[in-house]
Design a protein around this ligand. Structure first.
Ligand SMILES: *Cc1c(COP(=O)(O)O)cnc(C)c1O
Length: 393
């Protein structure tokens, strides 16, 4: 079984590029060039240098002793929360800004929901001195004021999407419209392992530095490269794709993917795509998607803004369908409890997205000598208000 993308841009039956005709030249330019550019020694050198000196990589692989004791198994945390800007997203935006420069682009667009990807994009645009326009739903702009302020401080223009539900999908539509109108000078930075081919594969490759590091770090710690389990939370699926990448074809490594069950899978308020989703088209690719019987996208819900997405990237749909990954759904309540537990046991305040991945230990028993690597995708500073409201701190 192949879990990587094939030449046609598919993971099994998922993926592809379902785009308006007018977008074809842009996507095709990227498709024809991305692997070639990524293979250039000068590209690799610049990417690695920035990951090291600007992002702060390698991120530590930390043996969480007290957490391990509590669950009677060996738990390592891959500390993406220690990256510059506080999460894994910067790995991808660094890669894409270098790609944009190699393609001769001078203008960057992105869309953002909670604002995390917008901030990561505005950051690399400031770094490279490129114009940055971030589309964001009007409702999200009101909800996410600190991230809007960050983007503005970093020099980005934040453009409100005023149509539809005025949230992420409307911002996506605006970004696509912009790209159609500016095909020559503009690159569209997509923030997760989603979008038309080649985006899911390109984003996965930029994030694959996570599993590349896990391999040599685990070898140092344990004398072997492969853990028994790799675990990650899934919104669109970029931190997960990066965490799994070098283990996808290692049969002794089990993969666990954690989705947001929100108020419960059957509550009507969730984002558990692997259970509730059916094949459909979102953001330019064929993938599992929460939708009504007549194909309208269902509004997702999760307490964590980063997991509040109605689909998953095509790689993850394939991993789910083939059974290569075990999917688990975690409620708001279980995630919040696990987030607070990591604070008390390890002195680490995790992002609420990440807290979903940590919550699996209450639901699944591991063997004492199992090595379980969890992607600690981000830090919880951005979620402080949610923690305060939830726990009445
Ligand atoms: C955005 C985000 C996620 C979800 O995005 P993926 O593309 O699924 O990784 C998870 N964790 C954190 C901290 C995030 O900021």
């Amino acid at each position: 079984m192949n879990y990587n993308v094939n030449e046609k841009g598919y993971y099994g039956e998922f993926g592809g590029a379902y785009i308006p005709e007018m977008l074809y030249p842009n996507v095709e330019e990227l498709r024809q060039n991305y692997l070639k550019i990524m293979a250039e020694p000068s590209f690799k050198e610049e990417f690695d240098q920035l990951l090291k000196d600007y992002v702060g990589r390698p991120s530590p692989l930390y043996l969480a002793k007290r957490l391990s004791e509590k669950y009677n198994t060996k738990i390592y945390l891959k500390r993406e929360d220690l990256n510059h800007t506080g999460a894994h997203k910067i790995n991808n935006t660094i890669g894409q800004i270098l790609m944009a420069k190699r393609l001769g682009k001078t203008r960057i667009i992105a869309e953002t929901g909670a604002g995390q990807h917008g901030v990561a994009t505005a950051t690399v645009c400031a770094l490279m001195g490129l114009e940055c326009i971030v589309y964001m739903g009007e409702i999200d702009i009101a909800r996410q004021a600190p991230n809007v302020a960050r983007m503005k401080m970093l020099g980005a223009t934040v453009v409100p999407a005023l149509s539809g539900s005025r949230t992420l999908k409307d911002a996506t539509n605006e970004a696509i419209r912009d790209w159609i109108n500016n095909p020559v000078d503009t690159h569209y930075i997509i923030g997760s392992a989603i979008g038309p081919h080649p985006y899911p594969d390109m984003v996965t490759r930029f994030q694959s530095v996570i599993s590349e590091e896990i391999k040599w770090q685990l070898k140092e710690h344990e004398g072997r490269e492969n853990p028994d389990y790799v675990v990650a939370c899934i919104g669109g699926g970029s931190n997960a794709a990066g965490t799994y990448y070098h283990f996808l074809h290692e049969e002794d490594v089990n993969i666990i993917s954690v989705e947001a069950a929100g108020l419960g899978i059957d509550s009507g308020e969730s984002a558990a795509t692997s259970v509730l989703g059916k094949e459909g088209i979102i953001h330019g690719c064929k993938t599992l998607l929460m939708q009504t019987n007549d194909g309208q996208i269902t509004e997702p819900y999760s307490i964590s803004a980063g997991l509040d997405y109605p689909g998953v990237g095509p790689m993850h749909s394939h991993l789910s369908k083939t059974g290569r990954a075990q999917f688990m759904s975690i409620t708001d309540a279980d995630a919040m409890k696990a987030g607070l537990e990591l604070c008390k046991l390890e002195g680490i305040i995790p992002a609420i997205e990440t807290a979903h991945a940590l919550a699996i230990f209450e639901h699944k028993t591991f063997k004492p000598d199992d090595i379980v690597v969890v992607s600690l995708s981000g830090r919880g500073d951005k979620d402080l208000n949610t923690y305060i409201d939830y726990f009445k701190l």
